[in-house]
Design a protein around this ligand. Structure first.
Ligand code: ADP
Length: 491
């Protein structure tokens, strides 16, 4: 993707701050609001409607009515696709504004919002728009004088609960397959970052997507989120967030046998062999962890380095950290902005302490940057061993743990010795070694000599406690359709 020429970006105006239900922009039934904070300054950006059970109920009824009796799921699939293309075009037309809103609410550098998040949003909506008229069943040669075929029908009303690390992109990942298949949506954005999702809902309305298809209820997880999960009018939950939250959701969803897909955390092994192109591997390992302030579920947070090159790799990552600009996320030169909120900041600083207590060497960072905003220095721990908390638990911040290995078989065992299984990567010039690693590592995505290569066409999701189901690609459609078998006696 092309990098925008550096220029100072002004802060955007906020327009949408209420619930979006059945095509109406409405305050919460309770009249309550919550503050969304600019993490770079700790100042309040604006008040946003605090949706709860009553608002969720209204939103589910609207989504239900649209799904059961409305035009959306019955519309010619090609027309549904056309409306999605229109939405993508409108997002593209407002890309700079949306990128700035994302940076304001989340704190991520404007160069990332502009060159990664928003282009990926547009791409995802377009990719799934193309699927709308290509979702088809099979004819099946069953025994006897029958015609047997399957239909792939939309699963119904989907509750979509998303996190704050890629707010607009997570909305796109969830809207794309839901819209393409003809489902209707009740979405709850994260309480830290509701603004781009609301703005995108406005654009969906402008694109002509019918009322009740997309409903957005901002609010907190245990209230608005839990109400979506418990609602009997919702057929499926798609959730991205923490494993502990997913377990709560899974229990409640079971009561009404809702389908669930989960995209959860990780502690992804990133392996550098001594025979790798070290310049690329080191730059890649740095990006794998520090991109998005370390707030990626697939962050390469366990960096395994072969003993012969271990010291060199540690030294050179430390050099990268020294030249990694942390600061104002609206400055186009900034590579690392603030963490999203005080709670994440505190959690990360606690892990820095754990790293020190457990005996790892803090090579760079470990401190707050400045005294305003949730900024943390790029932090590098060497001498990390598998049992340390910083090697086992997801930190979700700019803290990299570097571990040493010498034996390949032992390495695979160590890489897999985790409850997570979201992503993994390997850097080597030995093609056999790369494929052996890719086959043996228990992770939903494996990158070879690259990291964080995302494409709307490539499925993404976790093994083990990193998730259930897949998003993106054709695989991402499966969770939004029911297979119906129709058998017709011919005689
Ligand atoms: P994170 O640490 O990324 O905030 P969470 O799992 O807490 O991870 O949050 C992800 C999303 O899940 C957010 O939109 C949050 O509001 C929502 N959430 C949190 N708790 C619940 C819950 N009990 N039920 C439904 N949604 C929840």
């Amino acid at each position: 993707m092309a990098t925008a020429a550096p220029k100072k970006v002004s802060q955007p105006k906020v327009s949408q701050t209420t619930c979006f239900i059945d095509g109406q922009w409405v305050p919460a039934a309770s009249g309550k609001t919550f503050e969304t904070i600019n993490p770079a300054t700790e100042e309040v950006i604006c008040e946003v409607a605090e949706g709860d059970k009553a608002d969720v109920d209204k939103a589910v009824k609207a989504a239900r009515a649209q799904f059961d009796d409305g035009e959306w799921s019955r519309m010619d699939a090609r027309d549904r696709g056309r409306l999605m293309y229109k939405l993508a075009d409108l997002i593209e037309a407002e890309a700079d504004e949306l990128a700035a809103l994302e940076t304001l609410d989340n704190g991520k550098p404007i160069s990332d919002s502009r060159n990664a998040d928003i282009p990926l949003v547009i791409d995802c909506i377009r990719y799934y728009a193309g699927w709308a008229d290509k979702i088809q069943g099979d004819t099946i040669p069953i025994r006897g004088d029958y015609l047997c075929y399957t239909r792939r029908e939309p699963v119904g009303v989907v509750g979509q609960i998303i996190p704050w690390n890629f707010p607009a992109l997570m909305a796109a990942w969830k809207w794309g397959p839901a819209l393409a298949t003809g489902c209707t949506i009740v979405m709850k954005p994260a309480e830290q970052t509701p603004l781009t999702c609301l703005r995108m809902a406005r654009l969906a309305q402008k694109a002509g997507i019918p009322d009740g298809v997309i409903n957005v209820v901002p609010g907190y997880g245990p209230t608005a989120g839990a109400a979506i999960v418990a609602h009997p009018g919702v057929d499926k939950i798609a959730f991205t967030g923490e494993g502990s939250t997913a377990k709560i959701i899974q229990r409640t969803a079971l009561e009404t046998m809702k389908r669930v897909t989960f995209e959860l955390g990780g502690k992804s092994p990133n392996v550098i062999f001594a025979d790798a192109d070290l310049d690329k591997a080191i730059a890649g390992a740095h990006f794998a962890l520090y991109f998005n302030q370390g707030q990626c579920c697939c962050a390469g947070s366990r960096l395994f380095v072969e003993d012969r090159v271990y010291d060199d790799v540690v030294d050179r990552i430390a050099e990268y950290n020294a030249g990694h600009p942390v600061g104002d996320p609206f400055d186009p030169e900034t590579k690392q902005g603030p963490q999203v909120d005080q709670a994440q900041f505190d959690k990360i600083m606690q892990y820095v302490e754990y790293g020190k207590q457990d005996g790892a060497s803090c090579i760079t960072g470990g401190n707050r940057v400045g005294d305003r905003g949730y900024f943390i220095e790029p932090t590098l721990f060497a001498g990390v061993t598998d049992d340390m908390r910083i090697a086992r638990e997801e930190i979700f911040g700019p803290v990299l743990s570097v571990l040493k290995f010498s034996d390949v078989d032992e390495l695979i065992h160590r890489a897999n010795n985790t409850n997570f299984g979201l992503a993994a990567a390997v850097w080597t010039r030995d093609i056999g070694k790369a494929h052996r690693f890719a086959a043996k590592v228990r992770a939903g995505t494996v990158w070879v000599n690259c990291y964080d290569v995302f494409d709307a066409a490539a499925p993404f999701g976790g093994f083990k406690e990193s998730g259930i189901g897949r998003e993106l690609g054709e695989a991402g459609l499966a969770a939004y359709t029911e297979n119906k078998t129709v058998t017709l006696a011919l005689g």
